[in-house]
Design a binder for this molecule. Structure first.
Ligand code: GLN
Length: 287
């Protein structure tokens, strides 16, 4: 058991907590121990370097221990600090939204390449990280973020306000409440099939919203709706002008099944983009 007596230095506090996390098998124990300490004590990395030999005040040590206990229960670091960076922007996260993943930056890059002057819809927006990044880093005509979860939309609205992004928010079960026509639809929908749920990291499996993860019986339920209903809300190809674009994130093993759904729904020029790990990650198609 960890010695919790005070007074000790900030550095010693971090060391004890890092040891406790490592012993319990928490990945990146040292990094997380430091991040949580900085969060509790409101420290920047520079302050940490200057002040780490100073004694930690008892109230801070207690608050720090409480957070480390939560991390030992595999609550994700980002839910404890309340923040995750995405596309270089700081997003607020709560247990109501999927924590933004670096993998999803590939999806945003594809959207940024084609969104100038276009009307963009982000379906299943969650924290709003995709919609807000497009609004902030691109030059779209307009961006709408839709989600079935009111709690997620509250987080998205808050993020947009903090980051000064102009996004319209819509509560909708997929396309049920969507009325407009868009040039680009982007989505990182739930795509985990049932047999993969149990094998997810405990942070994801036990603490992130199941609503944002579970993709139905075969993991493809949301892609069926995105391709068929999405096509009805995308600008059709007309008089030589190309039609709207659908861009979705996919799971590592969906690089054949999802493009097939795109083609079945009438999309052409369907291509798959890999992530930095070399795994199929994004599917893009034109109407
Ligand atoms: N990429 C996420 C994971 O690995 C899943 C995200 C999703 O279902 N859209 O947990």
């Amino acid at each position: 058991m960890m010695n919790t007596d005070c007074p000790i230095s900030y550095r010693e506090a971090a060391r004890r907590c890092s040891d406790a996390l490592r012993t319990a098998g928490v990945p990146e124990a040292e990094l997380d121990a430091e991040r949580l300490l900085w969060h509790v004590c409101d420290m920047t990395p520079a302050m940490w370097l200057m002040r780490r030999e100073e004694p930690i005040p008892e109230a801070e040590w207690e608050a720090y221990l409480a957070l480390v206990m939560r991390r030992l229960e595999r609550v994700p670091l980002q839910q404890l600090t309340g923040e995750q960076e995405f596309m270089g922007l700081p997003f607020r996260v709560t247990p109501d939204v999927l924590i933004p993943r670096q993998d999803t930056e590939h999806l945003v890059e594809e959207a940024l390449a084609c969104c100038e002057g276009r009307r963009v819809l982000d379906m299943c927006t969650g924290s709003g990280c995709i919609a807000i990044s497009i609004a902030r880093l691109g030059k779209p005509a307009a961006v709408t973020g839709a989600d079935i979860s009111e709690a997620a939309l509250a987080v998205a609205r808050d993020n947009a306000e903090r980051l000064g992004a102009d996004v319209a928010w819509l509560k909708s079960d997929m396309f049920a409440e969507v009325t407009g026509e868009y040039d680009v639809i982007v989505s990182n929908p739930p795509y985990i099939p049932p047999e993969q749920l149990a094998g997810l990291e405990p942070e994801v499996r036990d603490h992130e919203p199941r609503l944002a993860l579970y993709g139905g019986e075969d993991g493809l339920a949301f892609y069926r709706v995105l391709t068929t209903e999405g096509a009805k809300h995308l600008r059709p190809a007309q008089d030589g002008r190309e039609g709207g674009i659908l861009i979705v994130e996919i799971g590592f093993d969906q690089g054949v099944s999802v493009p097939a759904l795109f083609r079945e729904a009438g999309f052409s020029e369907v291509r798959v983009k890999k992530d930095y790990a070399g795994l199929d990650r994004v599917v893009i198609g034109h109407l």
